[in-house]
Write a protein that binds this ligand. Sequence first.
Ligand SMILES: [Zn+2]
Length: 270
Amino acid sequence: MRIVILMILYTFLSCSGQSSKNQDVGRQLLDSSNVAALVTESDSIDIPLFAQKIITSYPLFDIHYEDNKLVFADGTKIVYDDGRNKEFKQMLDESDIEDMSSMQYGVEDSIPRYLNDCGRSRNEELFKKMYGNSEAAVRKNLVTINWFGQKLLFSKVNNAAEQLEKVASELTSYKQYKKYLTNASSFYWRKVRGANRQSAHSYGIAIDINTSFSNYWLWSNPRSSETDKIKYENKIPIEIVRIFEKHGFIWGGRWYHYDTMHFEYRPELL
Ligand SMILES: [Zn+2]
């Protein structure tokens, strides 16, 4: 409630076309001890920004943050930050929720920066809680969508399937892109190639478009380790990528370890 009051106050003072003087007053109001008057006890103002992103991106679960944990409406608690310093590979293999925010999703970058793989870190507890903790559990949440004449299974949880349908409907008007989109695949309960962590395809929230026009870092660099320098390759038109991103999907072509056929429903990163 107090947060709501603060947000209304801030919106009123800073976004409603007031003079800069009034904006200064607004800032002073928020920066000074007046905040203490409005927020009298430790409150949701202490919630880390990325925890807030998770909460607002997945409203179905009515998640709140408490004592370094995300708490679901049914009482399930998942540790937010395990406090460990991790090397690159550990960020992928042993990701806590906070690690998922350790890289920036680079919508501005034409070529991904070295080791920027935003989205490849997934806290398995969180994804299994939301989408299902076994193949059978995930399957219960799958629905069939029409993808350019092909039937694809996708999770209805968090409206992921509905968002993918919006992508399909928007891409339909670009006839020249159809060849990139056909022969797609989606749900497959499996581990990431060469790793012991679950692939996003396991949860029914990822789609691979036509592999004939795709590049994957391990296809081009079969003997590379995760920290080797590799050369970027991509053939997927950026217009396709932007339409996916508009509807909550990240693109594997923005990863240093590129996977340009791969799109994944991750609204918390956009
Ligand atoms: Zn994929």
